[in-house]
Ligand binder design. Structure first.
Ligand SMILES: N[C@@H](CCC[C@H](N)C(=O)O)C(=O)O
Length: 278
């Protein structure tokens, strides 16, 4: 199976385009687990398949490293857009990508060599609160507590296609992410698990961000998580409508348009191409 490994701010996936290669006759969840394995596979945060779409210019499907399929992936969308443009799957710089959560619009930024170093994705509008994400707890509203070892950890529930629990902290702490992140991700109140974000506001236009991703654990960056966090903080009046998000792997620029659409701009990088022997 021909693949391309790409990353965006260090959030790396194995990308397979069914336009250019055949998928093995293996369950794709199993394939995702195998290619993601850092010792016996390629090593990645998951698997992304690029396919033709009936409703958009291309279609993206994403599996986390543990084989669970997610609805969307912000960093993945930027890499899919770069791949689609550079491989001639589309012939224009603005095009649509179908995800499990709906269709988004991509705008590639093209350098003087015809390559795409960065991409803007219109991620659509965020939805907030206990009815926006799979949640079986007894609280209502945007913010809910989850009981972690007898202590209530509060977070804002946000959907940007996939589910997020955004916790406000004084400063981001990688040990806390590792200690609390997995317990939020797999908390019984979230029957489909959840992505756990920890965010600290530095100013109205800058936040620090860490994530424990559903199905992949600590990653260097989460595009949907960054969008969800800025949307949640803007709703509370804590940030404005142009925010730089500092992630472990680098920065993302998030703009909130007046109509509520979230525009995410950041890098997309090709690492290598290869053949995976199934
Ligand atoms: N890294 C991604 C999100 C990938 C999916 C997520 N782990 C989920 O299960 O919802 C991003 O950049 O958005």
């Amino acid at each position: 199976m021909r693949f391309t490994k790409m990353h965006a701010l260090g959030n790396n996936y194995v990308y397979v385009s069914t336009v250019e290669t055949q998928l093995p006759s293996l369950h794709l969840a199993e394939l995702a687990r195998r290619v993601s394995d850092v010792r016996r596979g390629v090593g990645s945060d998951g698997l992304i398949v690029i396919e033709p779409s009936d409703v958009a210019d291309v279609r993206m499907r994403i599996w986390n490293a543990d084989g669970s399929e997610a609805e969307s992936c912000g960093n993945g969308l930027r890499c899919v857009a770069k791949y689609a443009y550079e491989h001639g799957l589309v012939d224009t710089g603005v095009f649509s990508i179908e995800t499990k959560a709906g269709v988004v619009e991509a705008r590639v930024h093209i350098d003087c060599h015809g390559r795409v170093p960065s991409v803007t994705i219109d991620m659509g509008q965020a939805q907030f609160g206990s009815s926006a994400v799979p949640y079986t707890g007894r609280h209502h509203g945007d913010d809910v507590p989850v009981d972690i070892g007898g202590v209530d950890v509060w977070g804002t529930l946000v959907s940007v296609g996939n589910p997020h629990f955004v916790s406000l902290v004084d400063h981001v702490d990688d040990d806390d992410v590792l200690r609390i992140g997995p317990r939020i991700e797999s908390h019984p109140d979230f029957p489909e698990r959840i992505n756990a974000e920890f965010v600290a506001v530095k100013s109205v236009s800058e936040i620090d961000f860490r994530v424990y991703e559903r199905g992949s654990g600590v990653t260097y960056a989460c595009g949907t998580g960054a969008c969800a966090s800025v949307a949640a903080l803007a709703r509370k009046g804590m940030v404005g409508n142009q925010v730089t998000v500092h992630l472990l792997g680098g920065d993302l620029d998030i703009e909130l348009r007046d109509d509520g659409h979230i525009l995410m701009t950041g890098e997309a990088v090709t690492i290598c191409d290869g053949d995976y022997i199934v």
